[in-house]
Design a protein around this ligand. Structure first.
Ligand code: F3S
Length: 417
């Protein structure tokens, strides 16, 4: 790789062993991907936040950087940790595990990250600008920031993201390059009336389907309604990055790099076209639904973390009702969004109904202690439909937001799933 004078000094150790180590990792990675140079980034988002993803070895690596003088070089946000610090005892986390999470949290605070602990930083405090280079990990956030914002990042591995935050740069490869941002296959929606795409769950199912087919190619979606919201695209992003490994997509007439079909494909015409019909969506949803009983043990929302508007919609739906005994209703979000929801009065409504607001964490990042094994979850999230069975050995039924609330209140699978 061609390094600037400053990068040479960083690599030589002039700025401390911590920065030197980060640069050693990044140069090796750059060479691996054939990058010719680094690109400076405006901000970073770290995925390596959960103890269950980086364990003791990862914790020691972050501590090593701190002890050797490294600090983040750019504003840096961070993904959910493995505990809800305010409520971990009630959520089944052990003392020993909580202490491990504390240790990791302390290391990150010393490194200088902003304690956002959210997988939707783009709805919290980290909103990049169109076209700027950033260094993000967390698959839904990468997909969203590339596609919906039009900033540029690769899907960076855990701990490499930390190195990028410390170095303030990333090898220039993959999605940082214009030629790797063009559409590669077209999904054309056909036969959908206005009843469709009113709720996040349709975007989640479509995202999952697109991800399964595209794998790591760049899908272009044609035919989504103009009323599509950021929250809808958040659901799509997360599902597409879980059903496959999508890190960039375009929605014609909606996302910034796709004002037209031609722009989405950068003028190329030799792409494959796949028709998506209501039947194909129903079939995808049937495959995600592995639930085989009427009784619901858990309703899980907030994968990715909910926005204040989404929390408001749940509060409106559940106001005056009670969560059924024997069913848990989790609403996952970050503490900044929780504070907004509190001011808006939503938190009081939800807590009066018996819902649990989980802050700064998520079930899939928590201690793997078998407490959910064999349980039946209802969710509106395509990512949870992929991860919760794989990580927590649960069965899934997908539902829209109203269906989720109904399942929480009745303890049963809602009729329309
Ligand atoms: Fe976020 Fe956890 Fe889902 S990190 S995207 S809530 S698996």
């Amino acid at each position: 790789m061609k390094l600037t004078e400053k990068e040479e000094r960083m690599l030589k150790g002039d700025m401390g062993r911590g920065v030197q180590c980060a640069m050693e990792v990044l140069v090796k990675m750059g060479e691996l991907y054939g990058a010719e140079e680094f690109v400076e980034v405006k901000n970073a988002h770290i995925d390596a936040a959960a103890y269950t993803t980086i364990w003791d070895a990862g914790t020691e690596f972050v501590e090593f950087l701190v002890e050797n003088g490294a600090r983040v070089a750019v504003p840096t946000t961070i993904n959910p940790m493995s505990v809800d610090r305010r409520n971990w005892r009630n959520l089944g986390t052990s003392e020993e595990f909580a202490a491990k999470c504390d240790r990791l949290e302390n290391a990150y605070m010393k490194l200088g990250v902003n304690p956002t602990w959210t997988c939707a930083p783009y709805q919290c405090t980290n909103v990049p600008m169109f076209g700027e280079s950033v260094a993000w990990s967390e698959s839904n956030a990468v997909d969203y920031v590339n596609s919906v914002v039009g900033a540029r990042t690769e899907r960076l591995p855990d701990l490499v993201d930390v190195c990028c935050a410390v170095a303030g740069r990333v090898p220039k490869y993959g999605r940082y390059l214009d030629e790797n941002r063009k559409g590669e296959l077209l999904f054309e929606l056909e036969g959908f009336d206005d009843v469709w795409f009113q709720d996040n769950v349709d975007y989640a199912v479509l995202g999952y389907l697109a991800g399964e087919i595209a794998i790591n190619r760049v899908p272009v979606i044609k035919g989504l309604p103009q009323r599509t919201t950021q929250d809808n695209l958040k659901s799509f992003s997360a599902a597409a990055a879980s059903g496959g490994a999508v890190s960039l997509f375009h929605v014609v007439g909606i996302t910034p790099e796709a004002p037209t079909l031609e722009a989405a494909f950068q003028g190329t015409t030799d792409y494959e076209t796949i028709k998506i019909t209501p039947d194909r969506m129903r079939e995808m949803r049937r495959r995600l639904n592995t639930g085989d009983k009427e009784q619901v043990d858990m309703v899980l929302t907030g994968c990715p973390h909910l926005s204040v508007d989404e929390i408001g919609q749940i509060a409106k739906e559940i106001e005056g009702k009670k969560v059924c005994e024997g069913t848990d209703f989790w609403i996952q979000t970050s503490h900044p969004i929780y504070e907004l929801a509190k001011i808006a009065g939503y938190v009081d409504v939800l807590e009066a109904a018996g819902a649990v607001l989980v802050r700064d964490s998520c079930l899939m990042e928590m201690e793997y202690n078998g407490m959910w094994t064999g349980k039946h979850f209802v969710t509106n999230s395509g990512k949870a439909a992929q991860y919760a069975p794989a990580i927590n050995s649960v069965k899934i039924t997908m539902a829209d937001l109203k269906g989720c609330v109904k399942a929480a209140v009745t303890g049963k699978v809602p009729e329309e799933v």
